[in-house]
Write a protein that binds this ligand. Structure first.
Ligand SMILES: O=C(O)COP(=O)(O)O
Length: 188
């Protein structure tokens, strides 16, 4: 399974020139883990800086053989903002890249941690941008919140307090959960 992160914009036009998505993702995960002990000791900090420099170098390795990579991967997971679109603007090369991967029978999954929209609303956004993506291929954090509650058999007669966006409320409703809270406007 291949995870494409924000740092690795997959574009048909420059696919052969991009860095390896796997190395970017693993290095950022590694850095997050290391950060737990970072503030404790200055020596740890120095170690981390040395390590992060090495990790960055590894992440910058160019992709040598895009065809071999595509052939070896069954499922491509794309982040959305910064990879598929920037705000409301489609990123160049994305339609061609997705078409290429679909023509090779690859499974595509689109993930986003932006909870302002439900899966259905994201489906509309993909459509507006001219991309043919099924709702089942979209995993937004809004949907993940509802799916998690289902997975732990959260009782339907209890309420969920939502600190989050409208998309979460919609997904909770679809899953049959009651809630309190939701988007809050702060006035200064
Ligand atoms: O919009 C955001 O806050 C992040 O969105 P992303 O997870 O699709 O990159």
């Amino acid at each position: 399974m291949l995870v494409s992160s924000r740092a690795t914009v997959v574009s048909a036009a420059n696919f052969k020139r991009i860095s390896s998505p796997c190395s970017c993702s693993s290095s950022s995960l590694f850095l997050k883990k290391k950060r737990v002990g970072w503030s404790r000791r200055m020596e740890d900090k120095k170690d981390l800086l040395a390590t992060s420099a090495t990790a960055s170098s590894v992440a910058a390795q160019p992709l040598q053989d895009a065809d071999a990579l595509i052939d070896s991967v069954e499922t491509f997971i794309f982040d959305c903002d910064g990879v598929i679109w920037k705000g409301d603007k489609l990123i160049d090369g994305v339609p061609e890249t997705l078409e290429l991967l679909r023509s090779k029978g690859k499974r595509l999954v689109f993930v986003t941690n932006n909870s302002t929209k439900s899966r259905k609303q994201y489906g509309k956004k993909f459509e507006t941008l001219g991309l043919n993506v099924n709702e089942e291929e979209i995993f937004a954090s809004s949907f993940a919140a509802a799916a998690y509650l289902q997975s732990i058999d959260f009782p339907k007669d209890k309420k969920v307090y939502v600190i989050g966006e409208q998309g979460i409320l919609i997904e909770l409703e679809l899953a049959g959960f009651s809630y309190l809270g939701g988007p809050v406007c702060f006035r200064l």
